[in-house]
Design a protein around this ligand. Structure first.
Ligand code: GAL
Length: 704
C-alpha cells in the first residue's frame, strides 16, 4: 500500500516544481503602511469622469464631512486617461486629486485595465475574450480583454507606466488598486486563441513531455491521447458530449488562476519599480470566484475583497434575515484574506440597495453599520464604500450611493456610514498599543485549512448535487464561532503549530508531506479534525492505487471506508452521545482500526451500527475524523463542542446562531445578525464603548 503511495507522489512532484511563479514578491510587513492607532480607514468610491467638474469640489467637501478619509479613483477611466491611442490626458485627474486632497482626503489610485477603450479593441479585436461556445465578447461592458493577449498586455504596460510616473510620488496617493475584481465575471473562462496558446505553453512548462501529460491526465481513457502539445485545445467542458477530462479541467483552472495572477503581478511589478515605497499595492478580488486565486498574486502588498450582502440571494437568520444577510459573507472572508499577507481591507461594500440582485431589498436599518463593524472586527485596515454618488446614467442605475440621486442628500445607508465613521474616531481614542490577544481566545484559536485545488476539483466533480464544499466548511466555521473561537482560514504555507485546533474540511487531494505534517501536528499536541472525502486523491486528482483514502487511514485510525448518498428529501441518522442527528449530503461508513474510538455510529440503513465518526489520541494531541455532512450544521456544532470539552479547550462564549463576538486590538465586538433582540455576554465590569448589552436586530455592541 505504502509503495503505491510513494510512487504516485513522485509523479506529482516533479511537474509541480517545473512551474515557477516569476512574479516579484512584495517585501516587508504590509502593516507598516497603516498606523495601528488609526484602526480602520473609511473611504468611498468616486468617479470624477462621470460628473461635471463644477460639482467635484462640493462632492469632496461633503465626503470629508461624512467622515471619509480617502477616496478611490480611476479603475474604469481608461478612455478618459487615454482618449486616443498614445494621447494621454491626466489633467482632469490631477485636478480631482488636488481637490480631494485639499479636503484632507487621501486617494487610492487604480489602474484602469478592466475597461479597454473602444479604439483599442476596435483596432485589435483579437484581444477580446471568447466564451466556451466560441462567441467573442464585444465592447460595451467591462472585463472583456484577455489576460493572455500580448497585444493587450503591451497597452496595459504603457498606461500603468504613465500612471505610475504621474502619481507615484504624489503624497495624496496612499496606495494603488490594480484592475477591478480581476475576472471575466460570468464568462469566467477565456477560450480565445490567445488563451489556447498560453495554456499550451503553461502545460509544456509544467509537464515537459507529452507522455507525462498523457499519464497524468489519464488520456488512455476514451482515446484522448495527444501526440504533441500543439494538439491540445482548452476543454470546453460545459458543452462537451460527456464529462470532460477532469485532470485537464483542473489544469485549466490552475492555468487561468496563474494567468490572472500574472496579469496582476505584471502590473504590480511595473508600479513597484516606479512608485514611492510609501504607497502600497493591492487589488480587490471577489471571494470564491473561480478560478481566480488571490494567494497567487504574490507581488501585491496585501489583498482586499469586495462584498455585496443583500441582493435577494441570502436569507440570513429569521424573518428579516434577507435584509441583514449571512455572517459568513464578511466573517469568513476577513479570516481568509487577512491571512494571505497579514493585512486586509474591504474595497467594496454596498451602501444600500443594489441594481443587479435576484431582487433588490432595502438593507435592514442599521445593517450597513453592522457590516462596517464586522469588517472592523475582522482586523481590516480599510473599508471603502461603493459608491459616493448614485449613478444617473449607465449600467448601474438604481445602485445606491452614500448620497441619493440628487448628489447631496444622505441615503438611508449613507446615514449608517456616517454614524460608523464618527464612532470609529471615538474608538481610536481607546486604542491600546500594548494589547494582545487574551489567553482565553489564544487557547482556542483554530485554523481551517483550505486549498483552491480541492475547491476547483469538487466544483467539477461534486459526485452529488448536494455536495457543497463551501457550505460544508461553514458548518465548522459557525460551530467555532458559536464558541467565540478566533478562526484563521489558511493555506498549506501556514504554520499549523500556532493553532491548538486545525480543521481540514474535505481535504480531497493530499501528498505524503501533508499527511506527515498533519501527523506531527497532532503528535505535538494539536487537535486535528479531518472530514469526509479527505485524502481520496493525489495532487493531480488521481485516485490512489490503494483503498479509498488509504493514505490517511493510519492517521485517522481506519481500516477502510466507503461513502453513500441519499435523495435530497431523504435523511438518514447517526447516533452521537445518545442523540440522533440527520444527514443526507454525504455519509461515510468506516471500519475503525482496533485502538480507535468510535464517536458516532450510523443508526439506520443497511450499515446500521457502523462507524461514522472516529477519534483517537495521537502523541500529545488527537485526530478526529468526521464521515458525514449534515444539512443544518447542528451535528457539526455539537461535535466541535464535544471535542473542545473533551480536550480541555475552554470556549469563551456560548452564542446562538447569528450572534457573533469577535476580538480586535482590545475591543470585543458583538454583532447581531438575527431578526430578534439579543442579550450579549458582556462581562460585569467591562466598559461598553458602543451600544448596549441588549442589542436589536442588525445592532452592535463594543466593549473593552
Ligand atoms: C462590484 C464591482 C463594481 C460595481 C459594483 C456594483 O462587483 O466591482 O465596479 O459594479 O459591483 O454593485
Amino acid at each position: 500500500m505504502k509503495t503505491n503511495f510513494l510512487r504516485q507522489v513522485a509523479w506529482i512532484f516533479f511537474p509541480m516544481l517545473a512551474f515557477v511563479n516569476s512574479a516579484v514578491a512584495s517585501t516587508g510587513d504590509p502593516s507598516r503602511f497603516f498606523a495601528p492607532d488609526s484602526l480602520i480607514l473609511p473611504g468611498v468610491y468616486y468617479y470624477p469622469e462621470q460628473w461635471p467638474e463644477s460639482q467635484w469640489e462640493r462632492d469632496f467637501r461633503n465626503m470629508a464631512e461624512c467622515g471619509f478619509e480617502f477616496t478611490h479613483f480611476g479603475e474604469f477611466a481608461w478612455a478618459a486617461m487615454e482618449p486616443e491611442e498614445g494621447r494621454f490626458d491626466f489633467q482632469w485627474l490631477d485636478k480631482a486629486v488636488r481637490m480631494a486632497s485639499e479636503q484632507g482626503l487621501k486617494i487610492i489610485m487604480c489602474t484602469p485595465t478592466p475597461t479597454p477603450p473602444a479604439w483599442l479593441t476596435h483596432k485589435h479585436p483579437d484581444v477580446l475574450v471568447v466564451s466556451s461556445t466560441g462567441q467573442r465578447i464585444e465592447h460595451g461592458a467591462r472585463q472583456q480583454a484577455s489576460w493572455a493577449s500580448e497585444t493587450y498586455r503591451e497597452y496595459v504596460r504603457r498606461i500603468v507606466t504613465e500612471l505610475a510616473e504621474r502619481y507615484g510620488d504624489n503624497p495624496a496617493v496612499i496606495g494603488w488598486q490594480i484592475d477591478n475584481e480581476p475576472s471575466h465575471y460570468s464568462f469566467s473562462y477565456d477560450y480565445s486563441e490567445n488563451a489556447q496558446e498560453s495554456f499550451r505553453k503553461w502545460l509544456k512548462a509544467k509537464y515537459h513531455s507529452i507522455d507525462t501529460l498523457n499519464h497524468v491526465w489519464g488520456t488512455a481513457f476514451w482515446s484522448q491521447t495527444y501526440n504533441d502539445f500543439d494538439q491540445i485545445r482548452i476543454p470546453n467542458g460545459k458543452v462537451m458530449p460527456g464529462t470532460a477530462n477532469p485532470h485537464a479541467m483542473l489544469d485549466y483552472k490552475r492555468y487561468t488562476a496563474d494567468e490572472a495572477a500574472s496579469f496582476i503581478n505584471m502590473q504590480a511589478d511595473i508600479l513597484r519599480g516606479i512608485i514611492s515605497p510609501d504607497q502600497w499595492i493591492t487589488t480587490n478580488t471577489m471571494p470564491g470566484h473561480s478560478p481566480v486565486d488571490p494567494a497567487r498574486m504574490t507581488s501585491l502588498d496585501f489583498l482586499t475583497y469586495t462584498r455585496y450582502l443583500v441582493n435577494g440571494r441570502y436569507r440570513g437568520y429569521g424573518e428579516q434575515g434577507f435584509r441583514i444577510s449571512n455572517p459568513d459573507m464578511l466573517g469568513y472572508n476577513n479570516d481568509y484574506y487577512r491571512n494571505i499577507k497579514g493585512v486586509t481591507g474591504v474595497m467594496e461594500i454596498q451602501p444600500g440597495q443594489v441594481n443587479w440582485g435576484k431582487y433588490n431589498p432595502q438593507p435592514y436599518p442599521g445593517a450597513v453599520r453592522l457590516w462596517m463593524y464586522h469588517i472592523f472586527a475582522g482586523q481590516a485596515k480599510l473599508v471603502c464604500h461603493y459608491r459616493f454618488r448614485q449613478p444617473l446614467r449607465g449600467s448601474e442605475q438604481y445602485h445606491y450611493g452614500t448620497m441619493q440621486t440628487d448628489g447631496v442628500s444622505l441615503s438611508l445607508g449613507g446615514k449608517d456610514i456616517v454614524q460608523f465613521n464618527r464612532e470609529v474616531k471615538e474608538l481610536r481614542r481607546h486604542f491600546d498599543k500594548d494589547c494582545r490577544l487574551p489567553e482565553s481566545l489564544a487557547s482556542v484559536r483554530t485554523a481551517i485549512l483550505v486549498s483552491p485545488d480541492n475547491r476547483w476539483e469538487m466544483e467539477f466533480q461534486p459526485q452529488s448535487n448536494q455536495w457543497d464544499l463551501y457550505k460544508h466548511t461553514l458548518r465548522y466555521y459557525f460551530a467555532l464561532k458559536s464558541m467565540g473561537a478566533p478562526v484563521d482560514i489558511v493555506g498549506e504555507d501556514a504554520d499549523f503549530s500556532k493553532y491548538p485546533v486545525l480543521i481540514a474540511p474535505a481535504y480531497l487531494m493530499v501528498d505524503k508531506t501533508l499527511v506527515d505534517r498533519w501527523e506531527k501536528y497532532a503528535e505535538k499536541g494539536g487537535h486535528l479534525v479531518l472530514t469526509c472525502r479527505t485524502g481520496e486523491k493525489d495532487r493531480s486528482s488521481a485516485l490512489w492505487e490503494d483503498k479509498l483514502a488509504g493514505p490517511v487511514h493510519d492517521l485517522i485510525g481506519a481500516e477502510e471506508l466507503y461513502f453513500d448518498h441519499l435523495p435530497e428529501d431523504y435523511y438518514s441518522e447517526v447516533l452521537f452521545d445518545g442523540k440522533e442527528y440527520r444527514w443526507n449530503n454525504w455519509g461515510e461508513i468506516i471500519t475503525p482500526s482496533p485502538d480507535t474510538r468510535v464517536w458516532a455510529t450510523h443508526s439506520s440503513q443497511f450499515y446500521k451500527g457502523e462507524a461514522a465518526v472516529l477519534h483517537r489520541p495521537c502523541g500529545k494531541g488527537t485526530v478526529t475524523y468526521v464521515g458525514i455532512d449534515s444539512d443544518d450544521g447542528v451535528f457539526e456544532k455539537d461535535l466541535m463542542h464535544k471535542l473542545f470539552k473533551t480536550e480541555g479547550l475552554n470556549p469563551p462564549f456560548e452564542l446562538p446562531d447569528g450572534v457573533l463576538v469577535e476580538w480586535r486590538d482590545g475591543f470585543y465586538v458583538g454583532l447581531n445578525y438575527t431578526s430578534e433582540t439579543q442579550e450579549f455576554p458582556v462581562p460585569d465590569g467591562a466598559e461598553i464603548l458602543v451600544g448596549d448589552r441588549t442589542v436589536p436586530p442588525a445592532g452592535v455592541v463594543v466593549w473593552k
